[in-house]
Design a protein around this ligand. Structure first.
Ligand code: ADP
Ligand code: MG
Length: 269
């Protein structure tokens, strides 16, 4: 009874039904992806380069048209749910030479709250301050962003998302180029947010990290190759389905080293 279940799940944080996305002239980037996530879900989205992780986020943001299927976020279309999404793009999409301070960046998270008032209020500054404090960046609030390290810049991007006070977080490879202490801080923060009922989707190609620190894993490569707890889905079968031989052969980057790690892990257990 598909119609019945759709009605029952109207309040799910994320609901995808048979979603496909095709960029012009290419084979589908996403094909028949179905997924239902209640609020408080904390999911690592795993797959090699080109698997469609960023495309999935763009679809949830309503930035790419669907070739088929339907997306509902808190029962709303992606366009209508946009203000409820804190989106953290892949790091290379941010211009760090822009003459802004750390506090400016955190305040940007308040845009949807500030709206037509144009000027931040005390509540906006308070939210920006508490977000900066949470990622241990308040002491650097007046520092120009160009002078920050990669890890500090990533903490800021996360602070901006926190200041937004959104119920849904989409984080696209947030651990790339960050130091170990920032990574641990972010992982603890994500746990805390999910426990508080926020929903988090975190794209990563770090298989070992996903397995160790996420309660749910979504293996993606154009279609869903596996979804469940690490104990359920972190298996050689799922890995082989997700990382096809072809990909392993030509990808000499992180995907290959991670898959080697993953096989080592599964043989050790
Ligand atoms: P991932 O984030 O997992 O690396 P992407 O979602 O970026 O994967 O890419 C999925 C597929 O869609 C790839 O084949 C990629 O080349 C293609 N793609 C992504 N963005 C675009 C775009 N704007 N126009 C055309 N093709 C794209
Ligand atoms: Mg990507």
């Amino acid at each position: 009874m598909p119609g019945h279940s759709a009605a029952q799940n109207a309040s799910a944080a994320i609901q995808l039904e048979h979603v496909s996305v095709t960029y012009a002239g290419r084979r589908p980037a996403l094909e028949d992806v179905s997924l239902m996530l209640p609020s408080g879900s904390h999911v690592a989205v795993i797959g090699p380069n080109g698997a469609g992780k960023s495309t999935l986020f763009n679809a949830l943001l309503g930035l790419v048209p669907l070739a088929g299927g339907r997306i509902r976020l808190f029962g709303l279309s992606p366009q209508r749910a946009r203000a409820r999404i804190a989106y953290i793009p892949q790091r290379d999409q941010v211009d760090w030479q822009f003459p802004l301070t750390a506090l400016d960046i955190a305040l940007m998270g308040r845009v949807t709250h500030i709206g037509w008032r144009l000027k931040p209020r005390a509540a906006d500054y308070a939210a920006a301050q508490s977000a900066l404090e949470r990622v241990d960046m308040w002491k650097m609030r007046a520092t120009p962003i160009a002078e920050l390290s990669g890890g500090q810049q990533q903490r800021l991007i996360i602070a901006r998302a926190l200041a937004q006070e959104a119920p849904l977080f989409l984080l696209d490879e947030p651990f790339n180029e960050v130091d170990a202490s920032t990574q641990e801080l972010l992982l603890d923060l994500f746990d805390e947010l999910a426990t508080a009922g926020r929903t988090l989707l975190v794209a990563t190609h770090d298989l070992a990290l996903a397995r160790r620190r996420f309660p749910a894993l979504l293996f993606l490569n154009r279609s869903v190759k596996g979804f469940g707890s690490p104990d359920e889905v972190f298996t050689p079968e799922t890995l082989e389905k997700t990382y096809t031989k072809q990909v392993v052969k030509w990808d000499e980057g992180d995907a290959l080293s991670s898959i080697v790690d993953a096989h080592t892990f599964s043989h050790n257990h």
